[in-house]
Design a binder for this molecule. Structure first.
Ligand code: PHE
Length: 339
C-alpha cells in the first residue's frame, strides 16, 4: 500500500470515529509498533538507496499527520464525553441545602475560660498540669506522707508503675514550685481534671475539674487571698457578692479555710439552694504550709503564700442553677444551648 492511500484511509477512519474504543482500534492499526506506519518504515530496506532519504521523510510526515489527527479526535471525543456527563449529572442549585447542626460550648469550658481570663488579668500565669501523677507530687510534697490518713479521703485510681490519676490539681502547686529553679515569686493557676473514688450522683462524680491557684511571694497573708477572691467571685457571679472564710483543714495549708459566697438566689436570706444558710461553699484555700514550701525548695522564713482549689462544675452549677452535675458530662445539645 502506498503512502497516499494509507493516509487517506487512516484519516477517513479517524474523522469518522464516534467512540474512544473505535479510535483506540485505529491507533493500534496504524500507529502501534506493528501497525501500518511501522511496516512502511521497515519497508525502507526494499527502497533503492538513493530514494531512501526521501522515502523516510515522507513516512515520517505521514506518521506525524496521523498522530495529530488522532490526538485532535481524542480531545474531541473526550470533550463530548465530558459534556454528556455534565448534562446528565447536572446539579439543581435551587434545591434547599442540608443544614448542619451547630455544637455549643459546655458550661464547664465557659467557666474555665472565664476563670483564666480573670486570673490572667490579675497577673497569674496558666500552667497545664498532668492527669497522671506520681504519689510524690500528688501527696508527699504536699505534706501528705505515705501513711497519712488524708490519703484515704482522696482514694484514687492507681496506674501501673506506681502512678495514679491525680486527686487534686494541688499537684500543680508542687510542680510550679519545684520547677521554678530561681525560687522566685509565683503566681499561677492550673485548671484540669481530677479523679477520686466517689459516688456518682447529682452532686458527685468520680471525675471532676478543679482550678488550682498558687501565689508565693514575700509577706503574703490571708487578707491578700480574701481580696483576690472577692474580685474573682464578683466577676464570676456578677454584682457584689459577700464571701466568708470558715476555718477548715487541709494538710498542705495552714491555716486552712473553706470559702463561701453569699447565695445569689436569696441574697443571703436563706433558700433551698443554700439550704437555708444564705451561704454556698465554693472552694478550699489557705496559707501554703511551711512544710510544703520547704519540700519544694522555698525558705518559709523568707517566703509565704496562699493556695486555693475551686471546683469547676460547682461554680458552673451555682452560676447557672444546674441541678445535676451529670448534665455537664452528657453533652445533650438541648441542655448546652441554654448557656
Ligand atoms: N486540693 C484541695 C481539695 O481538692 C483544695 C485545696 C486547694 C485546698 C488548695 C487548699 C489549697 O480538696
Amino acid at each position: 500500500m502506498d503512502i497516499k492511500e494509507l493516509k487517506s484511509m487512516a484519516m477517513e477512519a479517524i474523522f469518522g470515529a464516534k467512540a474512544k474504543a473505535t479510535l483506540e482500534e485505529i491507533r493500534v492499526k496504524y500507529l502501534s509498533k506493528k501497525g501500518a506506519v511501522a511496516q512502511l518504515f521497515s519497508g525502507i530496506k526494499d527502497v533503492p538507496p538513493e530514494h531512501r532519504g526521501e522515502y523516510g521523510a515522507s513516512v515520517n510526515a505521514l506518521k506525524n499527520e496521523i498522530e495529530e489527527a488522532y490526538k485532535a479526535k481524542e480531545a474531541e471525543l473526550h470533550k463530548e464525553e465530558l459534556d454528556a456527563r455534565l448534562k446528565k449529572e447536572a446539579i439543581d442549585l435551587t434545591l434547599p441545602g442540608l443544614s448542619l447542626s451547630k455544637g455549643h460550648r459546655n458550661p464547664y469550658r465557659i467557666i474555665v475560660d472565664e476563670a483564666i481570663s480573670i486570673f490572667s488579668d490579675l497577673g497569674f500565669e496558666v500552667r497545664e498540669g498532668r492527669d497522671i501523677e506520681t504519689e510524690e507530687f500528688n501527696f508527699t510534697l504536699l505534706n501528705v506522707p505515705f501513711d497519712h490518713p488524708a490519703r484515704d479521703m482522696q482514694d484514687t485510681f492507681y496506674v501501673d508503675g506506681g502512678l495514679l490519676l491525680r486527686t487534686q490539681t494541688s499537684a500543680g502547686q508542687a510542680h510550679a514550685m519545684v520547677e521554678n529553679e530561681a525560687k522566685s515569686p509565683i503566681r499561677m493557676v492550673c485548671p484540669g481534671k481530677t479523679y477520686r473514688r466517689d459516688d456518682d450522683d447529682m452532686t458527685h462524680s468520680h471525675q471532676f475539674g478543679q482550678i488550682e491557684g498558687l501565689l508565693v511571694d514575700k509577706g503574703i497573708s490571708l487578707s491578700d487571698l480574701k481580696g483576690m477572691l472577692e474580685l474573682f467571685v464578683s466577676r464570676m457571679f456578677g454584682g457584689k457578692r459577700e464571701i466568708r472564710f470558715r476555718s477548715s483543714y487541709f494538710p498542705f495549708t495552714e491555716p486552712s479555710v473553706e470559702v463561701d459566697v453569699s447565695c445569689a438566689k436569696c441574697s443571703g436570706k436563706g433558700c433551698s439552694m443554700c439550704k437555708g444558710t444564705g451561704w454556698i461553699e465554693i472552694l478550699g484555700a489557705g496559707e501554703v504550709h511551711p512544710n510544703v514550701l520547704r519540700s519544694c525548695g522555698y525558705d518559709p522564713d523568707v517566703y509565704s503564700g496562699f493556695a486555693f482549689g475551686v471546683g469547676i462544675e460547682r461554680v458552673a452549677m451555682l452560676r447557672y442553677d444546674i441541678d445535676d452535675i451529670r448534665r455537664i458530662y452528657q453533652n445533650d445539645i438541648r441542655f448546652l444551648r441554654g448557656f
